[in-house]
Design a protein around this ligand. Sequence first.
Ligand code: HSE
Length: 412
Amino acid sequence: MISIAILGHGVVGSGVAEIVLHNQEGVAAKAGDAVQIKRILDLRTFPELPYAHLFTTDFQDILQDEEIRIVVETMGGLHPAYDFVKASLLAGKSVVTSNKELVAAKGDELLAIARENNLNFLFEASVGGGIPILRPLDQCLAANRVLEIAGILNGTTNFMLTKMIQDNMSFADALSLAQQLGYAERDPSADIEGHDACRKICILASLAFGKHVLPEQVHTEGITAVSLTDVQYAAACGGAIKLIGRAVKDETGRLFCQVAPMVVPADSLLAGVNDVFNGIMVRGDSVGDVVFVGRGAGKLPTASAVVADVIDEIRHMAVRKPLFWGPGEEGYVADYRQAAYARLLRFTCEKDAQALVQVGQVFGDVRVLSIPGAPEAELAFIAPALTEEALEAKLASLTGMTLVSGLRMYSA
Ligand code: HSE
């Protein structure tokens, strides 16, 4: 019998308890030993639950219990989760977490502590919810040099964008529905401003390229400025707007890493990933493109990944998993302003021959877009690939044109 403790009985923690308790036989068969939830840490009480007696508000009840071999952290946030996880590892307990904020900020340190103490620190559920991605990236694709990872990494914003595109739903209504369904973070600004996707691309990039990438090193834009008009122009050029987290090594070895809403072309493997689904494309030098798709948020999908880590840990109690990366460094991530993207640019201006001549002179060949019902004084086109700096210089040289939006075009 292996005893575990769960820190935090929120959406994911309660899902972990539900799976372990309702599927006891299946979990035991896979783990090779029975799994007992011995303690659950939460400041709240849940008297209506059949396992109400397991709750404690004192972390010491877990830390000092030598029978507890695995600590499952599903509290979210950096503190006190970091302090509890670190203390658990130092006390000789392996840790499984779904906490992307923790792994993105402290993954290198916690992996090193786990390694020094011959323990495992596992966090499959921190990226892609129920989708297996970290273990496949680390093990099944191990023979590849990773060239690029690009993903729809946030279920809430993908759900919202899908509702806006397919049902004409407003931004606010789509967000409130995502919250009701338990997809959004406690503070949903982490979803819509891109911070959640940023943490996930940090974890993927750290694992794929071997050094810690910190959220502060990743240029991050959310979807708060995306309008229904942008969605319509994206459709007019045969694409869909998705919040994309991207980490790519260029031919000179520079690592670019950023999060931004991008227009994904219809023939991309990511374009059809809708609703709460996440899609993560990994490009390896030998395997080519591999895409992982599944439910990226929600109680049971995410909890299923946590429980799978618990099972893996029990199976390999005496063995250290290879999952590891080293510390990062300043300047490891290249300046996002040096990355070149084609753009869908939308301006307020007189849409006359003179404006088109000016656009041609400044940007060269562009593809002008039109949508039904567009205002007279609006011009939208796709400009060829430019770095941020080059784009700014061109925009500054325009007269009589005010930029409304400038979405990057994703191209593989
Ligand atoms: N709020 C997150 C999302 C939950 O919507 O993807 C899963 O990390």
